[in-house]
Design a protein around this ligand. Structure first.
Ligand code: AMP
Ligand code: MG
Length: 496
């Protein structure tokens, strides 16, 4: 089949692409097609996401798919749309927002397929509907990096570039990311219908989410007969688990507005995110976040604040405020427990139990203080500690600190604690929980600079490493090193 001869149908892709979000009704979205993207070319593709979607390798290499995902060729039989939502941005009610530069193309294999950067929509406000190559590569790579780390996230099938100029601080070029998730419904969708006093739509939305993703809420033990309180509890738990993983791996999201919070507890809307280099708990990765609202160590509290907004939005369905507050309580137990478990795994405390808890907590707290005092490289510290736990000497860990006496004192306590854990067990656990490769800003930046020159090999290499970040990948140690000095001058702000 050639482009000239016919349009690509959903059937040609071997799958049904009709989307269930469209069934919710016209108040939820505006039907519209993506804008065409001139001179499209592949920048990066994930064959693992293609497999999830049931697309074979031939399709992923086809010019037809390139045209469809660039927005140049309609997919017959689908109902593309932009959805409306609202939300709180930087702590303030922001009113109506929506998919300002994203189009839900369709749904297949239980996954929604969205194009991001695909042109103006009724919700674009002051924006141009486009995304630049730089931010699109970052979203693509980080989605797959988070998945590789085992953190719940939207995925990304590909980035398509174009020579079309886009104005930001300087002139850049356009790109479109194809991203994928079981649903892109956000806290802000619920806030929208609640704030605009549309209880019927609110109920349709909540029932849709419960039936598709949280069916157990219909038979909740804690909230019998109140599936909406049960939903709030379930979302709180998933969000708690997700943020615990962010904190453990040193991931800073950067724009935790309620419109960027997934109702499924997925990491979504990758913008000014950053993986910590040196361990600075109050690190702010978003250049526009002048108050540090979304600083690394604020994330757990902000997630709770956002859940509180969701609770308020669900109140007309939940009925009683006490029930909503009770549902939110789960966050306060799940987050600390999940965080501690992740951190104990990072330490290799394979036998952690109630009897070791107070000792283990002290060991962890003292370590985090030590790391923060010297802003020790977070990823390298944990990886070196994992290798040192196998019995090789700990000098590579100690050498990361200026205050070697303090480091040695902690390492001594740690080795005493580790002495009671069967050899091998700890190392194994640590190597599975302390990645060698994370998407540091400077790595993304290098790949972006080459991509601007139409060399996409670094994007491919990073994708390969980040898909399995706990593996050693001999020969690629350069991608696991310290950030160069220039990395601290990279400035990344909100929408780009
Ligand atoms: P963000 O903080 O990037 O998630 O964006 C917040 C809101 O602004 C969302 O409704 C986006 O769709 C919208 N937005 C961001 N960038 C653009 C853009 N370039 N054009 C249109 N809308 C945008
Ligand atoms: Mg957003």
């Amino acid at each position: 089949m050639t482009l000239a001869s016919q349009k690509l149908t959903a059937l040609d892709l071997g799958v049904d692409w009709r989307n269930s979000f469209a069934q919710l009704g016209p108040r939820f979205y505006t039907p519209l097609a993506p804008w065409p993207l001139p001179t499209p070319y592949w920048v990066g593709r994930s064959s693992s996401v293609a497999r999830e979607l049931g697309l074979n390798a031939a399709w992923l290499n086809s010019p037809e798919l390139l045209e469809v995902l660039a927005g140049n060729q309609p997919l017959v039989g689908t109902q593309p749309l932009a959805s409306v939502y609202s939300g709180h941005q930087f702590g303030q009610w922001a009113g109506q927002l929506g998919d300002g530069r994203a189009i839900l193309l369709g749904e297949t294999a239980g996954l929604e397929v969205q194009l991001k950067g695909s042109g103006l929509t009724p919700y674009s406000r002051m924006g141009d509907g486009r995304a630049v190559l730089r931010s699109s590569i970052r979203e693509f790579l980080c989605s797959e990096a988070m998945h590789g780390l085992g953190i719940a996230t939207s995925r990304a099938l590909c980035v398509i570039g174009s020579d079309a100029p886009i104005r930001r601080e300087t002139m850049e070029t356009a790109a479109v990311v194809t991203r994928v998730a079981p649903s892109f419904i956000r806290f802000g969708h619920f806030e929208h219908f609640s704030h605009h006093d549309q209880p019927e739509q609110l109920k349709i939305l909540a029932d849709h989410v419960i039936d598709r993703f949280y069916p157990a809420c219909r038979n909740s033990e804690n909230f019998a007969g109140n599936p909406y309180a049960a939903l709030l509890e379930a979302v709180s738990e998933r969000t708690a688990d997700m943020v615990a993983q962010w904190q453990a791996v040193g991931f800073c999201h950067g724009v935790m507005n309620t419109d960027n919070m997934s109702i499924l507890g997925l990491t979504i809307d990758y913008g000014p995110f950053q993986f910590l280099d040196g361990f600075d708990p109050s690190h702010i990765c978003n250049h526009s976040d002048t108050q540090g609202r979304y600083a690394f160590n604020q994330q757990p509290n902000i997630a709770y604040w956002n859940l509180f907004c969701l609770g308020q939005a669900l109140l007309p369905l939940i009925g009683e405020q006490e029930l909503a507050l009770a549902a939110l309580e789960s966050y306060k137990t799940v987050f600390p427990a999940a965080f501690e478990r992740r951190m104990f795994d990072k330490l290799g405390l394979a036998d952690a139990s109630a009897s070791t808890a107070s000792l283990d907590r002290a060991l962890l707290q003292d370590l985090l203080q030590l790391l923060a005092k010297e802003k020790v490289d977070y990823t390298i510290f944990w990886r070196r500690l994992s290798h040192a736990s196998a019995g090789t000497d700990a000098s590579s860990v100690r050498d990361l600190f200026v205050d070697r006496t303090a480091a040695e004192a902690w390492l001594l306590r740690y080795s005493e604690r580790m002495a009671i854990i069967p050899p091998g067990l700890a190392t194994d656990l640590m190597l599975k929980n302390n990645p060698k490769f994370v998407l540091r800003n400077h790595l993304g930046e290098q790949a972006i600079q080459s991509a601007k020159e139409k060399d996409f090999s670094q994007v491919d290499t990073l994708l390969m490493l980040l898909e399995s970040p706990y593996e050693e990948h001999p020969g690629f140690d350069d991608f696991a090193g310290f950030a160069p000095d220039w990395a601290s001058s990279i400035e990344i702000s909100c929408s780009s």
